[in-house]
Design a protein around this ligand. Structure first.
Ligand code: CP3
Length: 352
């Protein structure tokens, strides 16, 4: 990517470009959400889908964590499943159980029935929320846009919701390759257009959440997922903004995720950051990788874990501090604040 290093001010964007920073940038996946009383107050009046549908509400919820916490980036409030709704999928979010898809995809015919959409129109409310947040942030911190990876979206569509073993998904992959290719091709097209539209609307970085790819062995990842993710990251090069490629349980997949694309690879806590980064090589950034459960530990224990991650990063340009997955619902806010303060304090002036 052609960049002028001096022109990039924010430490989050600098880290995405692997430029030296004054302090390690930190943000949290799911930094807006149920651990914040302000979010719960909005949720008492509106459903998740209602919040996502109204740009003013989505913008407000996006900004809530930024008023309480000195994080280095905002992430637009939306959900990875939103693009499925205009494609004709009926879904809702049941309390405690997560998403429920009422019209699962079980066959070639089901995949064929999914409507192709134009995200610039069908998801214009998310794009409008992005414009509102950029205006309100007024350059304070960068805004991250996001979408689900085609594999992770396919998992929800085929399983009809959350799953442990993804057996139905793998059955379609192995037994109905035409249906799999049709479904993944359609999802790839929508995700690509959606992310490009988010970039045009003001998202300064985008993250692909391929949260559940870790259920696959390396050969299956290469055959059934990598080609599609690669199409998305290649297309994003034309948007000239950095892309983060995230998954969980990916220790055996990291080199292939890197091959698929992304300027920064998201790591969960099941890998050690230094080993993972050494495996990925120096010409890619890494994001992570504190266990979200560590935010329930006593402060000295949180501190040890934060410092350990920063020591593993060793001041190399290109580290973005984050959890290995999203903030859990009952997380104490003061512990989130502790992590941010520790990251900023410990990484100050530690650059080589
Ligand atoms: O602050 C942010 O990070 C932005 C908001 C955001 C949401 N979903 C809002 C949301 C983001 C980035 C997502 C991504 C998302 N959604 C992922 C990828 C990240 C991950 O966790 O792996 C996935 C797999 C989903 C699908 C999804 N949506 C699930 C599994 C659930 C239920 C789990 C839960 O926490 O209840 C949702 C619902 C959802 N999406 C909530 C929020 C804040 C909680 C619902 C509520 O407020 O009642």
């Amino acid at each position: 990517m052609e960049i002028n290093p001096a022109a990039i001010q924010s430490r989050f964007l600098r880290a995405c470009h692997r430029l030296p920073v004054d302090r390690t940038p930190v943000w949290f996946m799911r930094q807006a959400g149920r651990y914040l009383p302000e979010y719960r107050a909005v949720r008492a009046r509106y459903s998740l889908l209602e919040i996502c549908a109204q740009p003013e509400l989505a913008a407000e919820v996006t900004l809530q964590p930024l008023r309480l916490l000195p994080v280095d980036a905002a992430i637009i409030f939306a959900d990875i499943l939103l693009p499925l709704i205009p494609m004709g999928v009926r879904l809702d979010y049941s309390a405690g159980e997560g998403p429920v898809i009422h019209t699962p995809v079980n066959s070639y015919a089901d995949a064929a029935a999914l409507k192709p959409i134009e995200p610039r129109e069908a998801l214009s409310n998310v794009l409008e929320a992005i414009r509102l947040v950029r205006h309100e942030l007024n350059g304070k911190v960068p805004l991250i846009g996001f979408a689900g990876g085609p594999f992770t979206l396919a998992c929800y569509l085929i399983e009809g919701g959350s799953s442990r073993g993804y057996l139905k998904t793998k059955q379609m992959m192995y037994a109905e390759p035409h249906a799999w290719r049709l479904l993944m091709g359609k999802l790839t097209r929508v995700v690509t257009d959606y992310l490009l539209a988010q970039a045009d609307s003001g998202a300064q970085v985008v993250q692909l959440f391929d949260s559940w790819v870790g259920t696959l062995g390396p050969q299956d990842y290469r055959e059934y997922v990598l080609p599609y993710s690669q199409i998305i990251f290649r297309a994003l090069k034309g948007a000239h903004i950095p892309a983060i490629h995230f998954g969980t349980d990916t220790s055996a997949l990291l080199p292939m995720m890197r091959e698929a694309g992304g300027d920064v690879i998201g790591l969960d806590w099941r890998v050690s950051l230094d080993q993972a980064w050494n495996m990925l090589g120096p010409d890619v950034g890494v994001q992570g990788n504190l266990d979200p459960a560590a935010l329930f530990a006593p402060k000295p224990e949180i501190g040890r874990r934060v410092v350990s991650i920063l020591e593993q990063a060793g001041g190399r340009p290109g580290h973005i501090f984050n959890l290995g997955h999203g903030v859990l619902p009952d997380t104490p806010i003061e512990n989130v604040l502790t992590v941010i303060e520790l990251v900023h304090e410990f990484s100050k002036g530690a650059r080589s």
